[in-house]
Ligand binder design. Sequence first.
Ligand code: PMT
Length: 418
Amino acid sequence: MNEAVTKQYTMLRDKQIIVGVTGGIAAYKVAELVRILAKKGANVHVVMTKNAMEFVTPLTFQTLSGNPVTHEMFELLAGSKIGHIALSDLADQLVIAPATANIIGKIAGGIADDFLSTMVMATRVPVLFVPAMNTKMWESGIVQGNIDRLRENGYEFIEPDTGDLACGWEGKGRMPSLEEIIEKMEDIFTVKDLVGERIMVTAGPTQEFIDPVRCMTNRSSGKMGYALVKIAHRRGAEVILVTGRTDLPRPSGVEVVEVVTANEMRNAVMERQAKCTVIIKAAAVADFRSKALRYHKLKKKPGEEEVVLELDRNPDILQELGRVIEDRILVGFAAETENLIQNAQDKLKRKNLDLVVANDVTKQGIGFGSDDNEVTIISAHGRAKHVPKLSKEEVAHVILDAVKRVIKKKRKYKDDWY
Ligand code: PMT
């Protein structure tokens, strides 16, 4: 199952990716892109234009991809290692990085005069352009017109970043980060099966202040919740993230609500819950807060060996949601240190959940703070699915698949009823 799940959700694994490199200074960054793609299990074939070879040698790309690099059209046709199999037939996706104004103009104008432009013209698979150029070139009406024309014809683009450019200018034109490029490539492969859903995810820890400098919190990094946000968004859902304090970069394309305490999280969630079709509570919420509100730092008193902190119960947000959820979908997590399944099932019933994700937080390498997780997803109908140790993004896919099944069941029942 581990291998099967990984294959299913690791979008780039076993994919044939063609990286077209054109002549821009950002070509050196593409060496790292090729390395990462190969590490993610993609079979990468690099095609270089003549100008690209002024910046980086084919040997660099050949070493990193493990495949011969194509730059001479007729050399290939004469029978290179991949023989007569046309690269464009082999490809699952083509990415052109950096994409110069020249290659954009050529493709928009229907010119096919070298291997890369010929292949782009011949392919039926998605083509992603990653433009990088001088700001004035980027802003030129001709380049923008060419981009519009290509977009109209179904070509994909990532906007360049703004910053210092190699030519000494500052402005828009830098090649976007490799993370952004890979995210977009994975996005292109992802089936948009959550379009129409509005999903709220809570993530990270809450903090409860004891005095102005001390607080009670927990080890949640937010990674599990943020992975759910990323994958739900990538699968086409409209997403609201309610997040406690974390060091993670805020995801783009989603509504982000920042909170600190459990009470703030409760208010943020309850204000927005009515407009959501699915709510997933991955946050680690403090059950208690300090009874006293102190405006000054708690001081040690001479001779005092013990301090007793009085605590109040925090609202149980999940339980409150369970009372208003009706025919929408509610998913809770259960972070347990003992009796994993039993305790998770209790929470499922008590809090009126559709699904509970049972997380053994005593195991090393999963749960709090780690990049991976291993969980058991239990449904209100008593079905349990063990998800072996996988990356949190892969676990997020499996959870969202389970959510999809619940949506289907609940909506079918509703349709049958009326
Ligand atoms: O953030 P990471 O480092 O990636 O770690 C992930 C995780 C371990 C935090 C995550 O996988 C997880 O298990 N989240 C739930 C943590 C938790 O608080 O579990 P719990 O069993 O105490 O609470 C059960 C459920 O009730 C949770 O959905 C929780 O969000 C919710 N709850 C709890 C208390 C409270 N006052 N209000 C709540 O809504």
